[in-house]
Write a protein that binds this ligand. Structure first.
Ligand code: NDP
Length: 331
């Protein structure tokens, strides 16, 4: 039997946390034959709720779940973890200044980075979900210098999956037949969902999404804004933010990273820019990536037209501004 993998979930008593723990315990993240030990972290005010989550995990009697550590102590939570899913963060309350939210999250990520640096397994893979996800990931790297840059990523897979979903609805094809959309940039409203290289598997072979949709105007306007604003639409409908889809996409992100992307398919991940596609290094930016043997690499050589170029640059610019705001909060 395989040794259990230790998975840290921060903000584990929150909405996304509650949804993701059962997915992980069922094997949706690391595979149906991989035992796991869950490390659940939350803050003191959520300690009772966290106990309740642990009770439910015990009650669900998951065959793959070999243990649950539920704690409000960040050091205990980070001990020997192989995967860290960082969901806990300070919410954007109405009326709060951007700088105040940033400042709270910078201090949370600074503390958690130090604990991961000292106590996590040396090859720990980190996924940041809490917003501002890209910039939180950058701060985490800053304060966990011994964790390799390649091991710190942020979630844009939900946006990626939303883009697949919109194309599937529009063309009335199953979402599993659509692939290779791209989310470029920030997990924010400046993200650029790009279908220029996306394809659909049909009985006559692979066809380009652009060709099949044939409505360039829709692709350049409504499609993009629907994906960008899907989170807000869900809040309006549910009176709560997306949790099920965020949790499911976080599992997809880690699964593909650890177990590999299918041949000929790429996914979107927020990763440290290496300058590919003219994106400045020094920011965490969402790119198309393929994964093999636990390592991601940015898909190279895709043609970027003028419309896309402007969008790639605008979202990079926003990340540069977020970075300087975050660093100003450090002082
Ligand atoms: P959620 O579980 O709904 O969301 C958690 C984080 O994920 C938020 O930062 C949220 O950003 C972000 N997020 C990223 N992508 C998405 C998406 N597509 N849809 C929704 N959210 C997304 O929040 P809860 O308030 O239910 O839970 C947060 C938990 O974190 C609580 O248990 C709380 O106790 C804990 N917490 C921990 C802190 C710490 O570690 N020091 C500090 C504060 C809270 P956004 O806010 O932009 O929606």
């Amino acid at each position: 039997a395989k040794n259990p993998i230790r998975v840290l979930v921060t903000g584990a008593a929150g909405q996304i946390g509650y949804a993701i723990v059962s997915m992980i315990a069922r094997g949706a993240m690391l595979g149906p034959d991989q035992p796991v030990i869950l490390h659940l972290l939350d803050i003191e005010p959520a300690a009772e709720a966290l106990k309740g989550v642990k009770m439910e995990l015990i009650d669900a009697a998951f065959p793959l779940l070999k243990g649950v550590v539920a704690t409000t102590d960040v050091v205990e939570a980070c001990q020997d973890v192989n995967i860290a899913v960082m969901i806990g963060g300070f919410p954007r309350n109405e009326g709060m200044e951007r700088k105040d939210v940033m400042s709270k999250n910078v201090s949370i990520y600074k503390a958690q980075a130090s604990a991961l640096e000292k106590h996590a397994a040396p090859d720990c893979k980190v996924l940041v979900v809490a917003n501002p996800a890209n910039t939180n990931a950058l701060i985490l790297k800053e304060f966990a210098p011994s964790i390799p840059e390649k091991n710190i990523t942020c979630l844009t897979r939900l946006d990626h999956n939303r883009a697949l979903g919109q194309i599937s609805e529009r063309l009335d094809v199953h979402v599993g037949n659509v692939k290779n959309v791209i989310i470029w940039g920030n997990h924010s409203s400046t993200q650029y969902p790009d279908v220029n290289h996306a394809t659909v598997a049909t009985c006559d072979g692979e066809k380009s999404v652009r060709e099949l949709v044939a409505d360039d105007h829709w692709l350049k306007t409504e499609f993009i804004t629907t994906v960008q604003q899907r989170g807000a639409a869900i809040i309006k409908a549910r009176k709560l933010s997306s949790a099920l889809s965020a949790a499911s996409s976080a599992c997809d992100h880690i699964r593909d990273w650890v177990l590999g992307t299918p041949k000929g398919t790429w996914v979107s991940m927020g990763v440290h820019s290496d300058g590919s596609y003219g994106v400045p290094p020094g920011i965490v930016y969402s790119f198309p990536v393929t994964c093999e043997k636990g390592e991601w690499s940015i898909v190279q050589g895709l043609k970027i037209d003028e419309f896309s170029r402007a969008k790639l640059d605008a979202t990079a610019q926003e990340l540069i501004e977020e970075k300087s705001l975050a660093y100003s909060c450090l002082n």
